[in-house]
Write a protein that binds this ligand. Structure first.
Ligand code: UTP
Length: 283
């Protein structure tokens, strides 16, 4: 029997961009239209064939784990309609590991080392809500990351990769975190979908704290690329950053407009609101 495919979904962050809401509610449980924001990444992993999902939670975030322990087909997309809870849980096993303090994304991934148990693994950052399956585009056995094209002025907001295109994959040999746009080595930014082999843990374990005093995944990936290439695959569909209010609101409106039962009402609601909030002629 082959080993079950495993994905790590870290949800132990502080959620400072969502304060004060996150003082009481984990951002992963905020809704994007009619489902929790984190359920989209979860569904992406299930659809891509991952059979085991490790949630990295903080000691205060047991409610995120409870949510996924009790999820059923109504928490996922229409293709799961009618699937029973036990069928779903038979298909995908959920377990959690604890990150005691939010020491950064790199540290969160390192917490999952024991449960990953020497297998190649996927990582999905649930803040990022993708319209089509991104993790399924990656090579499940080779370290790889989903990339997206960003406009010139936004390059300073992302990790930008350096490398070259070879046979449909961008072979990454360096990464620059938030460069000055003119100094960016390409227009391709790292998104929150990755696959790694267990060697990445050696780099995470020895990674010194970086920006914000945190163990940064991108710093460890950068060191990794000095010795081994990482493959990049370019995602061209819609992606939202639900880790901040405007991104989550935009994602919600987009999903609401696409909802067959509500789309036309939502459209009308938006038009009415726009009409009520017309800028005055003096503005
Ligand atoms: P973010 O940096 O977007 O999340 O990390 P954050 O730290 O919660 O948010 P802000 O920046 O303070 O608003 C991306 C993902 O990594 C997880 C987060 O929960 C999020 O899903 N993460 C981050 C951890 O699990 N542990 C950490 O120490 C940091």
């Amino acid at each position: 029997m082959t080993n079950p495919r495993v994905a790590v979904i870290p949800v132990a962050g502080k959620g400072t961009r969502w304060m004060p809401v996150t003082r009481n509610v984990p951002k992963e449980l905020l809704p994007v239209w009619r489902r929790t924001s984190a359920s989209y990444a979860f569904e992406e992993a299930v659809n891509a064939g991952f059979e085991e999902i490790i949630l990295v939670i903080s000691p205060e975030k047991h409610d995120v784990l409870d949510h996924f322990m009790r999820f059923d087909s109504s928490d996922l997309g229409p293709q799961y309609a009618g699937e029973s809870l036990s069928e779903l849980h038979h298909r995908v096993k959920v377990r959690a590991c604890i990150q005691e303090t939010p020491r950064g994304l790199g540290d969160a991934i390192l917490c999952a080392e024991q449960d990953v148990a020497g297998r190649p693994f996927g990582v999905l950052l649930p803040d990022e809500v993708l319209m089509t399956n991104g993790i399924a585009m990656l090579d499940p056995h080779t370290p790889s990351v989903l990339l997206m094209e960003v406009p010139f002025s936004q390059r300073s907001n992302y990790g930008i990769v350096k490398g070259e295109m070879v046979d449909g994959a961008f072979i990454i040999n360096d990464l620059v975190e938030k460069p000055e746009p003119a100094l960016a080595p390409s227009s391709l930014a790292v998104t929150g979908r990755y696959t790694f082999t267990p060697e990445i843990f050696d780099y995470l374990r020895t990674q010194q704290p970086g920006k914000g005093g945190e163990i940064q995944l991108t710093d460890a990936m950068r060191r990794y690329t000095q010795a081994h290439p990482i493959h990049g695959f370019i995602y061209r569909d819609v992606r939202y950053d639900a880790g901040q209010p405007l991104g989550l609101l935009t994602a919600s409106v987009d999903f609401a407009l696409r909802d067959k039962s509500y789309g036309s009402e939502v459209r009308q609601m938006i038009l009415t609101l726009l009409d009520q909030h017309k800028p005055s002629e003096t503005e």
